[in-house]
Design a protein around this ligand. Structure first.
Ligand code: SF4
Length: 290
């Protein structure tokens, strides 16, 4: 079996930065909490909890002395951020700089009274955070069909959750430009997400099955699955233990890519598992796909 492993595996810039900040905080402080998982990968979160990180599902009324709260990569809502800034705790912010950039854009557009259309998953924490900085005219959409139902205002702006599909973003941007040539377009999809989507498509076109490795709760991993599924069979797993033998039947070329919050170790374990299980596996670099 040939195995094509993506270049884009392991943590993206934002996740790697967040993990480093969390680890150095845990090394120097006690009573360290995160409000919700700081990233969307259960294995990486478990690793941090073994180092002492405790997970808070919601903000408690009272805090222990010397409590430190790590703020997640996806950002918090404006209301929660405000509440926390008044609480007697040390705050350590790991919000990804690309998410911060999108927040700043929404704040500015909101002040300038733009009608803001945001491409995203309504219930994702990043989108909830962005919406909280928006004005009453801020709308979240997930498809071109939804955008077509909106009557676009004169002052119109369009941006995206950082992990959305670039193709869908461009499609909606073209539509809005036709409706309102003055629309302000901000491509806030981060480069890491865009690169992974592009690579997932490239690999899916050339393999019998693509394995996308990442947390079930990870938006960017689910996006890779959705984008690549248009070009070939795709399965999402969190680690090699979820791999089913029947999937590998008659597979001659297998592709592997990961979400932005999947530790590299999980991919290496998967490759090792495949090599132990299947004779004559050969790893092919993506560059060879042309
Ligand atoms: S996927 Fe992009 S926006 Fe999200 S944490 Fe990584 S670099 Fe930041």
């Amino acid at each position: 079996m040939k195995i094509i492993v993506a270049n884009n595996i392991g943590f993206c810039f934002g996740v790697s930065r967040a993990i480093k900040i969390a680890e150095s905080t845990l090394a120097s402080k006690n009573n360290v909490y995160s409000l919700g998982p700081i990233i969307h990968n259960p294995q990486a979160v478990d690793e941090l909890s073994r180092k002492g990180l405790k997970l808070l599902k919601q903000l408690p009324e009272k805090f222990d002395r010397n409590t430190t709260i790590i703020l997640r990569t996806h950002g918090l809502t404006a209301q929660l951020q405000q509440k926390l800034s008044r609480a007697p705790v040390n705050l350590v912010d790991t919000t990804c700089p690309f998410v911060c950039r999108a927040q700043e854009i929404v704040k500015k557009l909101s002040r300038e009274k733009y009608q803001i259309i945001l491409l995203g998953d309504k219930k994702h924490p990043e989108v909830e955070s962005l919406v909280s900085y928006g004005n009453r005219q801020t709308l979240v959409v997930n498809s071109l069909a939804e955008v077509k139902k909106i009557s676009p205002g004169k002052k119109l702006a369009f941006l995206s959750q950082t992990t959305q599909s670039r193709q869908l973003f461009e499609q909606i941007a073209r539509y809005l430009k036709k409706k309102n040539p003055g629309v302000k377009i901000f491509n806030t999809i981060c480069q890491s997400s865009a690169n992974r989507q592009e690579e997932a498509v490239k690999i899916a076109r050339n393999v019998d099955l693509l394995l996308v490795v990442g947390g079930k709760n990870s938006a960017n991993t689910r996006r890779l699955v959705r984008v690549a599924s248009r070009f070939g069979p795709v399965k999402q797993i969190e680690n090699y233990r979820e791999l089913k033998d029947k999937w590998l039947k008659n597979i001659q070329t297998l592709g592997i890519i990961s979400g932005a919050s999947t530790p590299k170790k999980i991919i290496h374990n998967l490759i090792q598992h495949l090599q132990n299980k299947i004779k004559n596996t050969k790893i092919i670099p993506v560059a060879k796909l042309g």
